[in-house]
Design a protein around this ligand. Structure first.
Ligand code: FMN
Length: 250
């Protein structure tokens, strides 16, 4: 089984690791030549961004070939997934990839301008994350097949939301500011999936940002602010280490 994942704050990596051992980071693979991947089982795990799929997931599906007898995709999200998973299924199909099992998992929301992170962490129990994850893992190991669960209308709404988000891609870093207590440790640059950050005498953003917020969530000094953030509290999935998220971009 090969599992391809993208994860800024660790939720999707936690899910990928719970399903199987052979996990591959999509930002890391995107640095290499296009490939053809073959296995009995191939899966994809990634977060919902603004009711749609992150652009690097689209790049990965578009630029590579996949051959498997059973395929799955799991979308992690915080509160409102809209039609993200349906959008993914359609996108995959358009690029010759059939998805046999499609599911979603509600986890802690990493969108700092929509959610108060501390509250998210304190109320995570209500989402029954471990219980739902267990069902998903079991389904995949039994190679359960599932048709799309979402509605056509939701998919349409998702596309509209995603379209307005995509217009801002690249310039997402314009909402980021670095506070004076930054120690120039460079972790922000190491966790950025698109090499948008360099750190020398200052932190510099290079306007190819996809808005994942890994830099601000994972900053050891909590020195990166986001315009409109609901609070200063930051998040990393407790079952994923900072080192794993750094390695995911090497
Ligand atoms: C830029 C951005 C946009 C997001 N948009 C949504 C959204 O539309 N709906 C939602 O439920 N969660 C949204 N989230 C929350 C993430 O999908 C969720 O926290 C996910 O589990 C994070 O996965 P990761 O830890 O693997 O990066 C968003 C997060 C970010 C950073």
């Amino acid at each position: 089984m090969k599992i391809f994942y993208y994860s800024a704050t660790g939720n999707s990596l936690k899910v990928a690791k719970s399903i199987g051992d052979e996990v591959y980071s999509i930002p890391s693979l995107l640095k290499d030549e296009n490939e053809s991947y073959t296995d009995d089982v191939i899966g994809f795990v990634f977060p919902c961004y603004y009711g749609s799929i992150p652009t690097i997931i689209e790049d990965f599906i578009r630029d590579n070939q996949f051959e498997a007898s059973y395929t799955f995709a799991i979308v992690t999200y915080g509160n409102f997934i809209l039609g993200t998973e349906i959008h993914f299924e359609k996108f995959a199909k358009k690029h010759g990839l059939r998805i046999d099992y499609l599911n979603k998992l509600k986890m802690i929301d990493s969108a700092l301008t929509f959610c108060e992170t501390q509250k998210q962490i304190e109320t995570a129990g209500k989402k029954q994350i471990e219980e739902h994850l267990k069902v998903i893992v079991d389904d995949i190991h039994r190679q359960v097949k599932s048709p799309t669960s979402g509605s056509y209308l939701m998919s349409k709404i998702s596309n509209v939301v995603a379209h307005s988000y995509r217009k801002g891609i690249g310039n997402c870093d314009k909402v980021l500011t670095v506070e004076e207590h930054c120690t120039l440790c460079g972790i922000c640059a190491q966790v950025c999936p698109v090499d948008n950050i360099t750190v020398t005498e200052a932190v510099q953003f290079h306007h190819k940002c996809i808005g994942c917020l890994a830099c601000t969530h994972l900053c050891p000094c909590n020195a990166i602010r986001v315009k409109g953030e609901k609070s200063k509290v930051r998040f990393r999935n407790q079952d994923v280490s900072l080192e794993e998220l750094i390695q995911a971009n090497v």
